[in-house]
Design a protein around this ligand. Structure first.
Ligand code: 5GP
Ligand code: ZN
Length: 112
């Protein structure tokens, strides 16, 4: 499959890793939108959060646990944000589910 995040998960495309285990990879975004901008992905290909079900959804809890650990390790004590974009209106450009962990600055609400 021609999926850039599957290739990153497999180590075929290099990335700056923040965390890795058997199920999840976290790596720094190439085009950071905040002082800390990390992408968390399942190693298994899931196209987007629209594909999450009761059966495969335990990976989402694990990803959030990794995000919380990273935020703590990176001293994001004042707060942080996790975002997942879904589909065209959601602004999704890579069709492998990913969660943006953003921190190190104050975030606007609502997002644009
Ligand atoms: P989306 O727009 O789908 O929510 O987010 C995709 C993100 O992936 C963007 O923030 C983009 O900068 C990042 N990205 C796309 N290709 C690569 C890549 O090859 N390496 C890294 N580190 N980030 C990438
Ligand atoms: Zn993929």
């Amino acid at each position: 499959m021609d999926c850039v995040f599957c290739k990153i998960a497999a180590g075929e495309i290099p990335s700056k890793k923040a965390f890795e285990d058997d199920r999840v990879l976290a790596f720094y975004d190439l085009d950071p939108q905040a002082p800390i901008h990390i992408l968390l992905i399942p190693k298994e290909h899931i196209a987007s959060a629209a594909e999450i079900t009761e059966e495969n959804g335990t990976i989402v809890a694990h990803i959030f646990a990794v995000a919380a650990k990273l935020a703590k390790d990176l001293n994001l004590d004042k707060g942080w944000r996790v975002v997942t974009n879904v589909g065209a209106d959601g602004g999704q450009t890579v069709m492998h589910m990913h969660f943006h962990l953003l921190g190190g600055r104050s975030m606007a609400w609502p997002p644009g």
